[in-house]
Design a protein around this ligand. Sequence first.
Ligand SMILES: [Zn+2]
Length: 121
Amino acid sequence: MYFVTKRLEISAAHSLSLSYESKCSRLHGHNWVITVCCMSRELNVDGMVCDFTAIKEMIHGYLDHGNLNELLPFNPTAENIARWIVDRVPQCYKACVRESEGNEAVYIDEEKAGVWLRLTE
Ligand SMILES: [Zn+2]
């Protein structure tokens, strides 16, 4: 298996729709640090798992300097954003979304990561 990770920094705003009182319900911004983890059993014709620039365009190009509530069709929590990245990037099996120092969400697609998870059992 081949593994690559791409790290991105995105400046974006969001407000959260929550079932409890929270300052996070007010519009605010983060400098998000996002790690996109990809894997493939085979390399493509160019000798890559996937093109780092293509990942940047798919995620950074779409979200940077945006309002995540307008760009994404769900409540833009770090968890939901991590899942959206895994679903959007074909070779991505895991995404880490850090909204601030100490606050990070990770989503792993169990099906995409299946081979890797079995290797580490
Ligand atoms: Zn926030």
